[in-house]
Design a protein around this ligand. Structure first.
Ligand code: CTP
Ligand code: CA
Length: 220
């Protein structure tokens, strides 16, 4: 499958994709975030659109321009992303969670810019809700695809995550080298197989993941 001739394998499918990084604000001008660029999620949104899907993109902070899709909503924090996904999940056939969502948020957001005082500062953080796990446990869930960006024991962690979140498919990749890069090396793990893909540009990886997904959605 190339970018020049794209069969409309996903025609008629509604796909919701999260992408980018969340930012958990500490005060009006500061926040806790991560190095996700949005590139992998945007590549999937672009490829899915090219393959005929109706794509809803919920995106956080990012370093590149979001692609043209049916519907795009910015969600800055994990809480906003959770709400936005829940608002748009009805009638989705597929949910692909690519966003790097903060696991914790500051217990308090200061209305005014924080001032420095002591030599150490301790932040109290509270756990955020897991968007993917909660979508997967809905009564009639869409087909859920997760991403596991790990810095070590990549496949083991990804396998565990797929089972813990009770999702049919997870894409494992190396966090350190994938984040921000135009390239990625991934292994698709689902209930039938572990499929390593060759290192490639994220847009090509996206097409391959979606072809794999298509085969799982409509087995012949
Ligand atoms: N995810 C999510 N909502 C969260 C946290 C994660 O939807 N609050 C999704 C991510 O988009 C990704 C998958 O869950 O598709 C795995 O995220 P990851 O951070 O790798 O796993 P966690 O379950 O958060 O576990 P940990 O960070 O401890 O490894
Ligand atoms: Ca996490």
């Amino acid at each position: 499958l190339t970018r020049f001739f794209t069969p409309k394998l996903l025609a008629g499918k509604n796909i919701l994709i999260t992408a980018g990084a969340t930012m958990e604000m500490l005060d009006p001008v500061r926040g806790i975030t991560n190095l996700s660029s949005g590139k992998m999620g945007f590549a999937l949104a672009q490829a899915a659109t090219r393959m005929g899907a109706t794509v809803t993109l919920v995106y956080g902070h990012h370093q590149v321009t979001p692609p043209e899709v049916s519907q795009a909503c910015f969600a800055g924090s994990a809480g906003e992303m959770y709400q936005t996904v829940m608002q748009h999940i009805a009638n989705q056939d597929v949910f692909i969670a690519v966003a790097a969502v903060a696991d914790y948020r500051p217990q308090q957001i200061s209305e005014q810019k924080l001032k420095k005082s002591e030599s150490t500062l301790t932040l109290a953080l509270i756990k955020n809700k897991d968007i993917l796990a909660d979508i997967a446990s809905l009564p009639n869930p869409p087909y859920c695809v997760g991403f596991a960006a790990e810095s070590e024991q990549i496949l083991e962690h990804a396998r565990q995550k797929r089972l813990a979140k009770r999702i049919p498919m997870i894409v494992a990749n190396h966090a350190n080298s994938a984040m921000g890069s135009d390239h990625n090396t991934v292994t698709i793990i689902d209930d039938q197989a572990e499929t390593p893909l060759q290192a490639d540009e994220k847009i090509n990886i996206a097409f391959e993941i979606l072809c794999h997904l298509h085969a799982r959605l409509d087995p012949h």
